[in-house]
Each structure stands twice: as C-alpha cells, then as structure tokens.
Design a protein around this ligand. Structure first.
Ligand code: FEO
Length: 173
C-alpha cells in the first residue's frame, strides 16, 4: 500500500514522463519539417517510450492502492536552431529527469517503502541509458561540425537507432 506522500511523488513523476513524451513529440515534428526523417523517427520513438514510462507508473500506482492521475501540460517548444541544439536540450532534459528519479528513490528509503524503491530501479537504469545515448549522439554531432553531407549520414544513422515501435495495447505493463 502506498503512503499518500509516495503516491503524490509518483504522480508528479507521471506528469514529468507525460511532459517528456510531448516534448519529444514536438522535437520529432520539428525534425520532420526539416526533412530529417531519421532524426524524427528516433524522436517519435522516444516519445512513445516516454509514454510507456508514464504507463508503467500508472499501473504501479493503481495496483498499490493509489490513484494515478495526469494533469494538463504546457505546450513544448516547437522551434530549434539545428539538430545539435535539439540533442543538447534532450541531454539537459534527461539530466533533470534523473535528478527527479533520484529524489523519488531517496524519499522511498526515508519512508521505508522498499517495494516502490525496488520498482524504481528500472527507471534508474533507464535514465543512465538515456543519458549515455544523448551523450553519444552529441559526440557524433561534434565530429560532424558544419559538414552538410555528414548530416545526411548522421540522419541515416539515427534511423537505425530509433526504438522499436510500441504497438501492444498493454504496453508499459
Ligand atoms: Fe522517462 Fe526519458 O525519462
């Protein structure tokens, strides 16, 4: 059974994952309008993944006697200078999410909620992977510099990095 405090914190994380999904969606749209189909495919995939992160929390909260809720979100940014700026934002955003997950993990220890603490380990690992991925992409972009033909190859690489589509109706469970 979740304490009211942990339920509230988990619902704040629900909100953050939901905003992350919209944030990636807006970035994907920007990339698509620039003809960067590899980058946009990757970002659409990330958006789906963030929704799965949100749904995992939803199911957990409800199964532990709480009530999962999601609120409205402010509209995410729609314009970017270039791809590098997009991925700099991605890294900054994911570092912020990691910090929130860490606070949540810490709160679970203080409340002696070891079940939620255990559940959150999946998010700890996921954040580590997402940070690593954003750093790898930024490294690739740094190598590229202003090389336009390099950008074409980068876009093709990004298509290969896109997460598998999420189609299952019970995705995230
Ligand atoms: Fe679910 Fe990328 O944070």
């Amino acid at each position: 059974m979740l304490s009211k405090k942990i339920e509230k914190l988990l619902n704040e994380q629900v909100q953050l994952e939901s905003e992350s999904s919209l944030y990636y969606l807006a970035m994907a749209s920007w990339a698509e309008t620039k003809g960067l189909n590899g980058v946009s495919g990757f970002l659409y995939g990330q958006s789906d993944e963030e929704r799965v992160h949100m749904l995992k929390l939803f199911h957990f909260i409800n199964e532990r006697g709480g009530h999962a809720v999601v609120g409205g979100s402010k509209s995410p940014r729609t314009q970017y200078k270039n791809v590098k700026e997009v991925f700099e934002e991605v890294l900054k955003h994911e570092l912020g999410v990691t910090s929130e997950i860490n606070k949540l993990v810490d709160a679970c220890l203080k409340e002696k909620d070891y079940t939620t603490h255990n559940f959150l380990q999946w998010y700890v690992t996921e954040q580590m992977e997402e940070e690593k991925q954003a750093l790898t992409i930024l490294d690739k972009l740094a190598l590229l510099g202003d090389d336009k033909s390099g950008l074409y190859l980068f876009d093709r690489d990004m298509a290969a990095m896109a997460p598998a589509p999420v189609n299952a109706p019970d995705a995230g469970k």
